[in-house]
Write a protein that binds this ligand. Structure first.
Ligand SMILES: Cc1cc2nc3c(=O)[nH]c(=O)nc-3n(C[C@H](O)[C@H](O)[C@H](O)COP(=O)(O)O)c2cc1C
Length: 162
């Protein structure tokens, strides 16, 4: 069984770099929502969902994709595992994480969400553009190594069925 990562990365390719780092230990294919194969997703033991953060939310293309997924049991009647990740200009707050609404949506679709990951990345949203952007040169090697380590933990977790 396979792992798949569905990623929307429209601004600077920041989230795609994070997704590619996670894909290595998982042996996962990284696809856009439009490229995702419903059969491949239904059969995957682990599915990652990630995007940049725009006006406090994950990208609407990602949310719309998850909203349209069928609800119900997956992979032999048990919940398939998922994870959610984001890259953002500002740090995620523990009170209102960027990832939480998508986590809730996935749980409602029958996924067992095994973890979330976020990291800072280049942000050229209007107020920061004038100074050449926030978090220049991020995600950096440390961010990508943290993303890889996160994926390795999911891969090695006993509760994530393969
Ligand atoms: C129009 C716009 C709005 C943004 N809004 C937010 C925001 O509300 N919070 C935040 O932390 N970052 C915000 N960002 C920064 C992006 O989340 C960040 O650059 C992200 O890494 C983009 O990912 P991508 O290159 O994969 O698309 C915004 C960026 C743009 C261009």
């Amino acid at each position: 069984m396979k792992a798949v990562i569905v990623c929307v990365s429209v601004s600077h390719g920041n989230t795609l770099r994070v997704a590619d780092a996670m894909a290595q230990p998982l042996g996962a294919r990284v696809v856009s929502p439009e490229e995702a194969d419903p059969g491949e997703l239904a059969a995957a033991y682990l599915v990652g969902f990630g995007s940049g953060v725009f006006y406090g939310r994950l990208h609407p293309r990602l949310t719309a994709f998850v909203s349209a997924l069928p609800t119900g049991p997956r992979t032999g009647g048990k919940g398939a595992h998922a994870f959610v990740f984001a890259s953002s200009g500002l740090p995620e707050t523990p009170v209102m994480p960027f990832t939480r609404p998508l986590v809730r949506l996935l749980e409602g679709k029958g996924f067992d969400v095994a973890g979330t990951f976020s990291c800072r990345a280049l942000d050229t949203w209007a107020p920061f553009k004038v100074v050449g952007g926030l978090n220049k040169r991020r995600p950096d090697a440390d961010d990508l190594s943290a993303a890889r380590a996160f994926a390795e933990r999911l891969r090695d977790a006993r509760q994530v069925r393969r």
